[in-house]
Every structure is written in structure tokens, then in C-alpha cells.
Design a protein around this ligand. Structure first.
Ligand SMILES: Cc1ncc(COP(=O)(O)O)c(C=O)c1O
Length: 400
């Protein structure tokens, strides 16, 4: 009898976490490493949010809570959805979990049966396909290349839908590309979905607040109210409020689905951290002006990175609408040999050689389903980004 479960054989550890761990390890060994792998803001959690957490501790809010969230947070989430997305939900339509990740996981665990297909546009966030596999479903990835700015078209979505499709996972702005869908681009997709009433929509709006220039964020149930009854609108405080470690994510959706997700959570983690939930109330209800400041900082870094990467030989880097990632194409580097003598046969070879020869840690594109590319997270200081891009330029110039 095998000790490990068959389930484990279906999934792999997160490659983004692996890169971050390797970079931290090399740093600890004294190597000069610049990590562009981690998907989290380099800002500290705002003081008013930390203060709310301290008050919660002092007030003894340190016990179990309702499994899927305290009423105060559910009410704050309802206000957020109405204020920012024009979506009306009642508290019974809201669930709170341990990070955005658990929300998506609960939804898939609560709904996927063997044979159920889940459409995932690629490049995708690394966890989507593996979570679908863990839940017993079948991921159906649809490649969206640089020619369509890494965005899914109505034609491709239509072609991917079958009678077995249960979910369509939508993520804008996207991890790993930063691509954001305008309301018009999204409407083209929701028009397709309106013709297929058996397909549910899981909208992962985690990067909603990280958008640049005059781009306006839009979410499916807002763009097409006809989809409200089969859309799970997912979000969280991790990225916008620099609260990755607090682990609070949430979603709004139909009551029956929300209840089912609560059942899954009740038999795994139970409630998310009580103190973090009170902090999240302050994040959503408190002052929001620092969001604009953060956007400005990220926009400046995006422009710096896009400009410097486009000056590197063999690299083509689109300028995305949001998040804190870019996803350059490195077709021009494949088939070459690095200055250190490493053959660059694919994007994993590229990322490995880059790390070993220059100390710059990026995540290779194959992890996100579209190659040859790599992902840069520019959630780090301007000085570190400049130095990293200079090293990438030198590395590319040395390819023969
Ligand atoms: C697209 C996307 N969705 C969800 C998450 C999960 O966020 P959390 O840290 O709140 O679990 C991430 C985190 O990297 C993400 O990039």
C-alpha cells in the first residue's frame, strides 16, 4: 500500500514559492541576489489596519468566530462590493476565508465532480490548474499569446466551452501578465457566457486596485448583470492593502454556493484568524487614499521595467494595464548559449542561468502555461529593479 495519496500525484508544489525559497536560500549563503519572484507588495500594512488588529487583541477578539466570517466583516464586504463594483450582496451571499487562495479552493472543492471541466486562460496563476486537479476536475487551458496581449478572445472562449464545462476562471488584472480587460473586452466574453447558461464564472479580482494610466477595472457580474446568479466574485485584502501574511480573502455569490463553500471550510480550517478579520474590516472601511499612492509607485516601476527590458537583446516586453507583473517574451534568446556556457533551450534554462550567473531570480514561463517567457514581479525598490534589469541586459547581450 502506497503511503502517499493518489491526489498528491496530480499536483506539483508552487513553482513561484520554489523560486522565492531558492532566492532566499542563496541570499542567506551570502550571494548577491535580487528576487523578482515574489508576488507580494514590498509596502508595509498601513498603520490604521495594524492598530485595528491590536485593538481586537486587547478586546479579547481572540476566540473562534463563525466559520465563514464575522458579521462586521461580511457587512464591510457588502459595502465594498456595492461602493466599488455596483454589486449588491446580502451577508448570506458573502464568505470569508484564509486568503483568496482558500476561497477559490473552497469553491472548486464544493462544485467539481470527476469529468467537470474548468476553463483557464493561459498564462494563468500557477494555482488554478492544480486546485482544479485537487478538486477532481479537469483543467482546460486556453493559450492566449502575446499577439492578443495575453487576453482571451470571445472566439477562443466559445471554442473551449463543452457540455462538461462547469467553470470559467477569469483573472483581471492578471497574474502573471498584468493584462487587464476593459469593460468592452470583458463584455465580448460575457456575451459568449450568456449563450451557455450551464457555465459558472469564477472572477478572481485580487488585483482590482492595482491598475494604471486611465484603465478602469471591471468585473463580470457588473458588466453583465445577467450573469450575477452564476458568478462568484472573488477578492481579498492581500495585494491592495499589503496584507499577504494576514490571510483574508472573500467572495460574493449565490447563497447555495456560499453555503457549500462554508461546509468545506468547516471541515478544514474553520474560521480565518479572528484578529485578521477585524483588521480587514478596517482595511475595507478605513481611509483608501494610500491606494492611489501605491498605484503611482507601481506605475513608475512598471514603466521603468518595461523600458529597460525592451532594451535587452532578444526580449519583447508588453506594457500591461495592472497588477505588479510583466511577462516578457524571450523567443529571441532561445537556442543560444550564455556567457557562462549554459545552453538556453527553454525558459526554465533561461531563468536558471540568469539566477546562477547574475543573481536575478525570476519565474520561468512554463510554470504559467505560456512559453518562452518569464515573469518579473516589480514589487520591489526602484534601485533593485534598475540593477536587476541592468543585469538582465548584460546577460542577454552575452548570449551567443
Ligand atoms: C491571481 C491571484 N489570485 C489569488 C491569489 C491568492 O491570494 P492570497 O494571498 O490572498 O491567498 C493570488 C496570490 O498570489 C493571485 O496572484
Amino acid at each position: 500500500m502506497a503511503f502517499l495519496s493518489d491526489t498528491l500525484a496530480r499536483v506539483k508544489p508552487s513553482p513561484t514559492i520554489a523560486v522565492t525559497t531558492k532566492a532566499q536560500q542563496l541570499k542567506a549563503e551570502g550571494k548577491d541576489v535580487i528576487g523578482l519572484g515574489a508576488g507580494e507588495p514590498d509596502f508595509d500594512t498601513p498603520q490604521n489596519i495594524k492598530d485595528a488588529a491590536k485593538r481586537a487583541i486587547d478586546a479579547g477578539k481572540t476566540k473562534y468566530t463563525a466559520v465563514d466570517g464575522i458579521p462586521e466583516l461580511k457587512a464591510a464586504i457588502c459595502r465594498k462590493f456595492e461602493r466599488e463594483n455596483g454589486l449588491k450582496y446580502t451577508p448570506a451571499q458573502i464568505t470569508v476565508g484564509t486568503g483568496g487562495k482558500q476561497i477559490l479552493y473552497n469553491a472548486l472543492m464544493a462544485t467539481c465532480n470527476p469529468g467537470d471541466e474548468v476553463i483557464i486562460p493561459a498564462p494563468y496563476w500557477v494555482s488554478y490548474p492544480d486546485m482544479v486537479l485537487l478538486a477532481g476536475g479537469t483543467p482546460v487551458t486556453v493559450e492566449c499569446g502575446i499577439e492578443s496581449d495575453f487576453k482571451l478572445t470571445a472566439e477562443k472562449l466559445e471554442a473551449a466551452i463543452t457540455p462538461k464545462t462547469k467553470w470559467f476562471i477569469f483573472n483581471s488584472p492578471s497574474n502573471p501578465t498584468g493584462a487587464g480587460y476593459s469593460a468592452a473586452e470583458l463584455k465580448a466574453l460575457t456575451d459568449v457566457l450568456m449563450r451557455h447558461p450551464h457555465v459558472w464564472i469564477m472572477s478572481d479580482d485580487m488585483y482590482e486596485h492595482l491598475v494604471f494610466d486611465d484603465f478602469r477595472f471591471a468585473t463580470p457580474a457588473e458588466v453583465e448583470p445577467g450573469l450575477y446568479d452564476r458568478t462568484l466574485t472573488c477578492n481579498g485584502v492581500s495585494k491592495a492593502y499589503a496584507m499577504t501574511g494576514w490571510r483574508i480573502g472573500y467572495a460574493g455569490g449565490p447563497v447555495a454556493l456560499i453555503k457549500a463553500m462554508g461546509t468545506i471550510q468547516s471541515q478544514s480550517t474553520s474560521n480565518p484568524c479572528s484578529v485578521a478579520q477585524y483588521a480587514a474590516v478596517e482595511a475595507l472601511d478605513g481611509p483608501q487614499d494610500f491606494l492611489a499612492e501605491n498605484r503611482k509607485t507601481f506605475q513608475r516601476r512598471r514603466d521603468l521595467v518595461v523600458s529597460m527590458l525592451n532594451q535587452a537583446k532578444g526580449i519583447k516586453c508588453p506594457r500591461p494595464e495592472g497588477a505588479f507583473y510583466v511577462y516578457p517574451d524571450i523567443s529571441g534568446c532561445i537556442g543560444k548559449t550564455s556567457a557562462g556556457g549554459r545552453a538556453i533551450g527553454n525558459d526554465e534554462d533561461f531563468a536558471t542561468a540568469l539566477l546562477e550567473e547574475t543573481g536575478v531570480a525570476v519565474v520561468f514561463g512554463a510554470a504559467f502555461g505560456v512559453s518562452p517567457n518569464f515573469r518579473v514581479s516589480y514589487a520591489t525598490s526602484d534601485a533593485a529593479l534598475e540593477e536587476a534589469c541592468r543585469r538582465i541586459q548584460t546577460f542577454c547581450a552575452g548570449l551567443r
